[in-house]
Write a protein that binds this ligand. Structure first.
Ligand code: CO
Length: 154
C-alpha cells in the first residue's frame, strides 16, 4: 500500500547540472518553465498511476512572442515523437503544432509566448507503467532539444 505519493521533478540548469526535488504533496501537478531558449526547466518527469490525472502548469518567462519563440508541451510514446513532431509542423501554429485528433498525442498544451502561461490536465488511465514516454515541444525546430523522459510508475 502506498503511504505517500512521491514525484521527482528534476530541474536542469545547463548541461551536467541538475537539482532533484521531491514534492510529497504537489505530487500530481508540475510547474514547468520555458523561456527565450530551447529548454524545459524539467529534464525528466516521474509520475505515479495513483494520480488520477496529471496537471501541467507551463509558464513562458521570456519576452519573445509565440510566433517567434513559442513553446508547448506534448506527450507521446517515445517511438512516436519524431512522426508526431513532423506532422505537427504541417499543422501549423493555429493548430498549436499538433494535428487535431492525432491518437498518438496523449496530451498537448497550447503554444504560448513570452509572459504567457497555460495549465492543463490529462488522465493517467491511458498511461501504462513502464512504457517509454517522452514529453517535448512540437514547435518547429524545437523537439530535438526540448524533450525529456516521462516515467510512469505504479
Ligand atoms: Co519550444
Amino acid at each position: 500500500m502506498k503511504t505517500m505519493i512521491k514525484v521527482m521533478l528534476c530541474v536542469g540548469v545547463g548541461m551536467g547540472f541538475s537539482v532533484t526535488a521531491s514534492l510529497a504533496q504537489a505530487a500530481c501537478s508540475f510547474d514547468l518553465e520555458v523561456g527565450d531558449y530551447l529548454k524545459f526547466s524539467a529534464v525528466d518527469i516521474n509520475v505515479e498511476k495513483s494520480c488520477e490525472s496529471i496537471t501541467v502548469n507551463l509558464t513562458h518567462v521570456g519576452k519573445l512572442p509565440a510566433n517567434v519563440m513559442g513553446h508547448n508541451w506534448v506527450l507521446t510514446k517515445t517511438s512516436d515523437i519524431d512522426a508526431v513532431a513532423t506532422s505537427g509542423i504541417q499543422a501549423g501554429l493555429a493548430a498549436n503544432y499538433v494535428v487535431t485528433g492525432d491518437s498518438r498525442v496523449l496530451a498537448a498544451s497550447s503554444v504560448i509566448g513570452g509572459g504567457q502561461s497555460t495549465s492543463f490536465s490529462f488522465p493517467t488511465a491511458g498511461l501504462t507503467e513502464g512504457e517509454d514516454y517522452m514529453f517535448f515541444c512540437s514547435v518547429p525546430g524545437h523537439s530535438y532539444n526540448m524533450r525529456g523522459m516521462f516515467i510512469v510508475a505504479e
